[in-house]
Structure formats: C-alpha cells, structure tokens
Design a protein around this ligand. Sequence first.
Ligand code: CTP
Length: 398
Amino acid sequence: MLTNKKIILGICGGIAVYKAVELLRLLTKAGAEVHVIMTSAAQEFVTPLTFQTLSSNPVHTELFNLIAEREIGHISLADQADLFIIVPATANVIGKIAAGIADDLLTTTVMATKAPVLFAPAMNVNMFTNPIYRENEQKLRRLGYLFVDPIRGTLACGWEGEGKLAAPETIFEGASAALTEKDLLNRTIMITAGPTREEIDPVRYISNHSSGKMGYALARAASRRGANVFLISGPTTLAEPCGVQFVNVTSADDMHREVMARVDECDVIIKAAAVADYRPLVRSATKIKKKADSATIELVRNRDILAELGGIEHRPFLVGFAAETDALAINAEKKLREKNLDMIVANDVSQVDAGFNVETNRALLLFRDGRCIDCGLMSKDQLAGTILDHVAARLMAD
Ligand code: CTP
C-alpha cells in the first residue's frame, strides 16, 4: 500500500517512544522505505540500533556528521521524502518548529522539507492544555501541518487525561491518508459490512461466515480518499476503523433502519454486508428446550435493503455485492438488473482465496452499461482501491 513511498520518521524523547517502534514495523510491512532521525533525548529512551534493525537503514542523529553529510545530507533526506512523521511529538519539538527554530537534525530537516509533515503528539495533560502549546499547535495546523490527536488515558506521569500517544495503527492510518489523493473529498459514502444475526432465542441465532473484512477495507480506503464515511456494520471481530462514523447493528432489520435513516445524505452506497435473507418467524423470549428428535424453525423473508434502495427515484450511486458459488457472472448480472444497481462486485465464495474470512478476493466488476472487468486475485485492500477508483471516476464524470 505504501510501496515506493519514502518516509522520514522523526523520533523525539518521550516515554511513548516504544510505540514508534511498532509504527515503524507497520510502515515497513506496508512497503514504505523509512529513514529514521532521532533527537538526542529520544536516544535516552531507545537506542538507534532498534530503529536501524527494523528500518534496514542507518539512523540519523547528528546535524554535523560530515561523512553522512557527503553521502546523504539532511537536505537531501528532506528533498526525497514523501512524508515526514514526528512521533512522539513533544511540546518542545512542536514549539521549536512552530517558532522556526532549527537547531538539530530533526528540526532542520522539517524546516527544509516540502513533504507533508504529520505530528503525533504525546505529553502531560497540563502541557497539552497549556495555552502556549495550544497556540503552537493551532499555528502549525493553520500552516497545513497534519496532526494525529492524542487520546485520553492514564499518562506516564500519573495524571489522567488527554495527551497519550495515539495507537500505532491510528498513526499509520493518518500516514496512509496523508499519502492518498483526496479524490472523494466532500463525498458521503455509506458502506455496509459483516453478517447480520437473526435471533432464534436468547442463546442461538442464524448468521453466515462474513468477516466484514471487505467492507472495512472499503471504509478505510474511502476515508483516506477524503470521503465522509458511514460504516454500518453487523457483528464482527474487527477494530473500528478510525475516521469513520461507525454504527453497530445486529439484525437485517437493524441494518435496514440505519441505512434508510442516512440515504438522503449519501452520494454513494456500497452494500458489502452479507444480509441474512430470512429470520425466524418467532423469537422465543426464553431458551428453547430440546424435546423431539427433530425440530423445525419457521423462517420469514427479510426485506431486501439493496433492492429497496434501487427503487428510490433520486437515489445515490449504488454498488452491490454478489456472493455466489456458481454461474458467477450470470447471477451477478441478474442482481445488477433486478436491484437496479450502477455496479456490482461479484465474488465466488466457494474459492479458498476469495470471499468470506480471507485476506484476498477474486472479483468481477459488472456495470450497468454491460462492461465486465475481471480483477483477478488481489488483497481486499487492493480491491477496495479498485472499486473506489471506478466510483470516483463515475462521480467525476457526473
Ligand atoms: N442484500 C440486502 N438485503 C438483503 C439481502 C441482500 O441489501 N436482505 C444485498 C447485499 O448486501 C448484497 C446484495 O444484496 O450487496 C446481494 O446479496 P447476496 O446475498 O449475494 O444475494 P441475494 O440478493 O440475497 O440473493 P441470493 O441469496 O438468492 O443469492
């Protein structure tokens, strides 16, 4: 996802520096080339060797190191970067940068770079709320510097409050967003994800194997591209993606209610959820006891949310999913037509590397105008990107 991206990771001295190690791991795993600069205070907490080993690049610490200056130079490091991340960003370093002070390698390189700079601050709550700090942060924000806000929690100094470094995954998401073109800016996209659960009694339910991974990948990707995202999710074990408006639902009826309440706000709706087609006619209030050798549960049809959306007169751009085990293109094309969709993502869930609960997918994209694109095997993150490329192109053309 971050392949060929050059990132400078500026490490300051703070107890949260250990989380920067995890962030570095996430960045390199996503394919980024990471160059680390450490302040002298940072080296009091973690040695450069840790960052050097994980980044596979020498760590830069000295402003006036003549050999490094000849070979790389702090200015060339600044020139080559696609993104500069400062973590944990201390009140001291933020204050210096806001004041234009460049007295070590990190602050000098920030001053010299034209790349976007992303701060992930971490400090004591009183420092965080200090008007001097607030003014510095606001000045940098006004100038276009980016921030991943700290969270509330118990701080290393014993105080409780805001100032705790954001999770490495959240900073990673902020970095990915900073490197992504905002071609869905000001668009509102609703995505449904995961399975639904139809209760039989307080103990049992009917559901399916959907993990929610495809829908969550779409929500993350749309948010990075600048969209306002509603993620309406059935029960999953996945972490709530940052930057989206998350709505938890259980049954198909819940999902129907939450989707319909937001239709008017949306430019696009992508229905990746595996909605149960049926629910028990009666939900028993108490646990059903076993009696006879066989039992029957009478089921009734759930409303088809997507078909209902397709019937709305001035409806948003509508993308459906088709989970099939045979006649993939034929079945998907039928759903596209019958539910009046603009586009459908068809996947063969009988394949081991596609559909439910795996990281990859093999999809056919079918369009209203008869086009059919075979995406082949790709990760769900890549497929989310491809789907949104088509959505963005279509929105642009309108
Ligand atoms: N869908 C929906 N509401 C339902 C059932 C399905 O909104 N009650 C949506 C799904 O989110 C998906 C699309 O319809 O985008 C197709 O779902 P799928 O389960 O593949 O097909 P069904 O329409 O349910 O048809 P069948 O189960 O007969 O294949």
